[in-house]
Design a protein around this ligand. Structure first.
Ligand SMILES: Cc1cc2nc3c(=O)[nH]c(=O)nc-3n(C[C@H](O)[C@H](O)[C@H](O)COP(=O)(O)OP(=O)(O)OC[C@H]3O[C@@H](n4cnc5c(N)ncnc54)[C@H](O)[C@@H]3O)c2cc1C
Length: 325
C-alpha cells in the first residue's frame, strides 16, 4: 500500500455511526479532510492505490450497502464561514442547519426553509436540497470545486462554477450526476431584513417549519429523509389516476404528486422487512427500527416501486444515493 505524507487514513471504518440511517458495512479506507492540501493528499492516496472514491458529507442522503465501500471515503470537514453584507462564503463541510442559524444571527433571510435539514453545505448543494417550495439553487452565486480527474489528465484543479454551470434541477445537480467534483465552498446571496424586524420574524418561520417536521416526519427513528423524488405526472397517466382518485386534485401541485400519497393508497405505511419499516407518519420515509440491514431497505424500496408502477403506472426514482452496491 502506497502511503501519503501526513493524512490520517484509517482502515475498516464502519458507516454505522456516520450515516443518519445507522446502516452500512465498513469503508475500506476513511479519512477526514479539512482543507485543499488534505483533499489533494487523499486524492493522491486513492490515485496511487487505484481506489474508488466516495465523497462524504453528513451521510444523511445515502444508503450504504451491508458489505460497505471498497475504496476511499473522503469526509469533507472544512468549516469556515464568512459573512459580508448579504453574501455568505461558506465551506463544504459546514453543517447545513448551523448555516441557517448563522444567517439569521446576521440579519439575513433566504435560508429559513432549510431549518431541520441535516448534513453539510456540500451535501445540500450536491442534492440541491430544498423544502417548502425553495431550494439551495435559489441563493447560489458560485461554487468552488476541485475536479477529481487523474493528475496526468490535468486533474485536481480548483475553479469556480456559476449557478448555471451547476445544472441544478429538482434534487439534482452536476455534482450528483457526474460525481467528479468536490465542493470546497460556495458563495450564497441572501436578502437583508430591515433592522429590528428580521430575527423575530425569521425565528417564527423557522420554529413553524421545525414543528411541521416533528409532526410529519418520523424523527424518532434513524432515516435518510425522503427515499424517493416526488414524481411529475402528466397526460394519459395523470388523467387515468384523477378519474379514479378525484380527491388527488386537492393534493397535486404543478403535476407533482407526493410519494406519500401513493404509499398511503397502497396501504403500505408501517410495512416492515427485517429492521426496516415504511414510516407510519410519512410514506416517503423508510426508518431503521433498530437493526435494519441495507438489504431490508432495498427490499422495501423495490416493493414500493413495484406496487406504484403496477397500480398507477408511475415509475418512482430514488432521491437517496446507493453507496457500495
Ligand atoms: C430527517 C431528515 C430530513 C431530511 N429533510 C430533507 C429536506 O427537507 N429536503 C432535502 O432536500 N433533503 C432532506 N434530507 C436529506 C439530506 O439531509 C439532504 O439531502 C442533505 O443535504 C445531504 O447532505 P449530506 O452532507 O448529509 O450529504 P451525504 O449524504 O453525505 O452525501 C449526499 C451526496 O452529496 C455528495 N457530497 C457531500 N458532500 C460533498 C462535497 N463537499 N462535494 C461533493 N459532493 C458532496 C455525496 O458524494 C453524495 O453524492 C433529510 C434527511 C433526513 C435524515
Amino acid at each position: 500500500m502506497k502511503d501519503v505524507k501526513s493524512l490520517n487514513i484509517q482502515k475498516n471504518i464502519s458507516f454505522l455511526k456516520y450515516t443518519t440511517f445507522k446502516i452500512g458495512g465498513p469503508a475500506k479506507f476513511f479519512c477526514v479532510v479539512e482543507n485543499v492540501d488534505e483533499i489533494k493528499e487523499a486524492l493522491e492516496f486513492a490515485e496511487k492505490n487505484k481506489l474508488d472514491i466516495f465523497i462524504f458529507g453528513g451521510g444523511s442522503n445515502i444508503l450504504v450497502s451491508d458489505k460497505g465501500f471498497d475504496g476511499l471515503v473522503i469526509k469533507i470537514n472544512n468549516q469556515k464561514l464568512e459573512i459580508k453584507n448579504n453574501e455568505i462564503n461558506v465551506e463544504g463541510g459546514f453543517p447545513f442547519s448551523k448555516l441557517v442559524s448563522e444567517s439569521v444571527k446576521n440579519n439575513l433571510t433566504g435560508l429559513e426553509w432549510a431549518a431541520g435539514i441535516p448534513g453539510t453545505v456540500g451535501g445540500a448543494i450536491c442534492n440541491n436540497a430544498g423544502a417548502h417550495g425553495k431550494s439551495i439553487q435559489d441563493i447560489i452565486e458560485k461554487v468552488e470545486i476541485i475536479e477529481i480527474v487523474p493528475l496526468d489528465k490535468g486533474g485536481w484543479g480548483v475553479r469556480k462554477l456559476t449557478n448555471q454551470e451547476c445544472s441544478f434541477s429538482y434534487r439534482n445537480s452536476i455534482f450528483k450526476s457526474e460525481k467528479k467534483y468536490i465542493i470546497l465552498s460556495a458563495i450564497l446571496k441572501c436578502g437583508i431584513y430591515p433592522l429590528g424586524f428580521q430575527e423575530d420574524e425569521s425565528r417564527k418561520i423557522i420554529s413553524g417549519y421545525l414543528e411541521t417536521r416533528k409532526q410529519k416526519q418520523s424523527l424518532e427513528y434513524p432515516s435518510a429523509g425522503s427515499v424517493f423524488k416526488n414524481p411529475e405526472i402528466e397526460g394519459e397517466i395523470l388523467d387515468k389516476i384523477l378519474i379514479k382518485y378525484p380527491e388527488l386534485k386537492e393534493i397535486i401541485k404543478d403535476n407533482i404528486v407526493p410519494v406519500g400519497w401513493f404509499v398511503e393508497e397502497l396501504g403500505l405505511k408501517g410495512k416492515k422487512i427485517g429492521g426496516a419499516m415504511i414510516s407510519e407518519k410519512h410514506g416517503n420515509f423508510i426508518v431503521n427500527t433498530g437493526s435494519a440491514k441495507a438489504e431490508d431497505v432495498v427490499i422495501l424500496i423495490s416493493l414500493i416501486k413495484q406496487k406504484v408502477r403496477n397500480r398507477f403506472g408511475v415509475q418512482l426514482q430514488e432521491e437517496i444515493e446507493y453507496v457500495g452496491f
